[in-house]
Design a protein around this ligand. Structure first.
Ligand SMILES: NC(=O)c1ccc[n+]([C@@H]2O[C@H](COP(=O)([O-])OP(=O)(O)OC[C@H]3O[C@@H](n4cnc5c(N)ncnc54)[C@H](O)[C@@H]3O)[C@@H](O)[C@H]2O)c1
Ligand SMILES: C[C@@H](CO)CCC[C@@H](C)[C@H]1CC[C@H]2[C@@H]3[C@H](O)C=C4C[C@@H](O)CC[C@]4(C)[C@H]3CC[C@]12C
Length: 409
């Protein structure tokens, strides 16, 4: 089978700045948080021989990947979790049959990365700075997302690790700076991937590095096999932005005000399915290197196509919030003005405090531009089917928001 590339390749331009097998379903409910409980549920009948490293393993997605690996990867012998900030929840994982090694480290430090990678069979690189709110400088975003990824690749080459899965992003493709819609497109849909914001620029550069590294000889002479997963907007247990919207709604007396037309579709995917896709890709990359090496895959599931705000209401609605208005309450030009004002305020206040509201010109453009995917490439290449139905994903997320509510009282 030939390479699938072309259209939404994401090898776009940055115009500014440096820069199938379904196994046991995860067990629900961790202290009411809806996170998964049981560590080390790997099937003991199969040989446990592989060492996996998850960078960013304590982040929103990373934690789900870690728990999913422990539940769904029978070949796992040791799981290394590498993160700048280690979570206390890691302790509970250490009692299971799989050796869990927590490594506090920084991806920008090549020697720390190399030490963590040495001896690992597979690296899942999810660590990154996700910042579209101006909290971090463009230089730092570039350093962590691009140089950090370069360090991971070099560590694989130097230490002989052959399989690398990179968590990329839909933003590698778009929405682009022209705000052109990408309507239910796939990995081959033509689209002008041109970015200006530091975050998508950094993800695009990092993804390119990962894909170009496919086939490089690692220590021992065998080829490195890489691929990149591009989630759309991830939601689910632990999603900070959902939490922010929820608290904003509570502050506004249980209301959120519609700012985006209901007709603008924004792609969303459940975190459990994104984690499952990572586990499956990591496993199948070892058997289907010729087909999967150097490929990109959008992360998808059966979550409905909706606007960003309407989608959030699927969870926030049952938790008592209401979205006011069937149309945006403010005209777009006024929203844009407020977004620009926020940028000015952020700049003025910077010496005193960090002002980083959800609304800025970039987030407004993101939310206001249709970007949805419809693809079956992951199913065709490595048998991916979502592990969680939409109903399950929704229920789990609602339960988690309700627990956030409980803990806030
Ligand atoms: N959240 C989304 O909607 C989304 C969508 C598409 C892609 N992604 C990608 O998924 C990955 C994970 O995103 P997330 O939403 O879980 O973000 P997150 O911030 O929750 O997790 C990122 C993790 O990386 C760690 N990290 C940051 N800098 C590091 C460094 N220098 N060294 C080591 N670890 C470091 C953080 O401590 C954190 O635990 C990112 O690469 C992001 O670009 C996220
Ligand atoms: C104008 C506001 C009125 O309610 C709504 C602002 C919403 C924004 C804060 C979010 C809209 C789209 C989101 C992004 C998208 O889902 C995909 C992303 C890719 C990923 O790699 C990182 C997260 C994000 C950039 C995500 C961030 C939040 C939005 C911009």
């Amino acid at each position: 089978m030939g390479r699938e590339g072309g259209g939404a390749s994401g090898r776009g331009r940055c115009v500014a700045g440096p820069g199938a097998c379904r196994r046991r379903p995860p067990v629900a409910g961790l202290g009411g948080l809806g996170l998964w409980l049981q560590p080390g549920m790997a099937d003991s009948a199969q040989a446990q021989k592989l060492v996996y490293l998850v960078t960013g393993g304590c982040g929103f997605l990373g934690e789900h990947v870690v728990r999913m690996l422990l539940q769904q990867e029978p070949q796992l012998r040791e799981l290394r979790i590498f993160d700048l900030h280690l979570g206390p929840w890691l302790e509970e994982l250490k009692t299971g049959p799989v050796q869990v090694t927590a490594i506090q480290g920084d991806v920008t430090q090549a020697h720390e990365v190399a030490a963590a990678v040495a001896g690992a069979h597979v690296v899942i690189h999810t660590a990154g700075l996700v910042d579209v709110f101006g909290k971090t400088s463009p230089e730092t975003i570039h350093e962590v997302n691009v140089q950090g990824t370069r360090n991971v690749i070099e560590a694989c080459v130097q230490t002989g690790t052959r399989f690398l899965v990179y968590t990329s992003s839909m933003e590698v493709v778009g929405p682009n700076i022209k705000g052109q819609p990408f309507y239910r497109g796939n990995e081959n849909t033509p689209y002008e991937a041109v970015h200006r914001h530091p975050y998508p620029c950094s993800k695009a550069l990092a993804e390119q590095l990962v894909l170009e590294a496919n086939g490089r000889k690692v220590l021992g002479g065998l080829p490195l096999v890489t691929c990149a997963l591009r989630p759309t907007g991830i939601y689910g247990e632990g999603h900070q932005i959902m939490r922010d919207f929820y608290h904003q709604g509570l502050r506004l007396g249980g209301r959120l005000f519609r700012a985006i037309p209901a007709s603008v579709e924004h792609g969303r995917v459940y975190v459990g399915n994104v984690a499952w896709m990572h586990v499956l890709v990591a496993r199948e990359l070892q058997h289907r290197a010729a087909l999967m090496g150097g490929q990109v895959y959008f992360c998808y599931d059966n979550s409905p196509y909706k606007s960003y705000e309407d989608f959030n209401m699927e969870f926030l609605g049952p938790c008592g919030l209401r979205l006011v208005g069937t149309r945006p309450l403010l005209p777009y030009w006024l929203l844009l003005f407020l977004a620009a004002l926020n940028v000015l305020l952020q700049w003025l206040l910077r010496p005193l405090l960090l002002y980083a509201p959800l609304l800025n010109p970039y987030t407004l453009a993101m939310a206001n531009t249709t970007f949805t995917v419809s693809t079956d490439k992951a199913r065709r290449h490595f048998g991916y089917e979502p592990l969680f139905s939409w109903e399950e994903s929704r229920t789990r997320t609602i339960r988690w928001v309700q627990a956030v509510e409980g803990s806030a009282q």
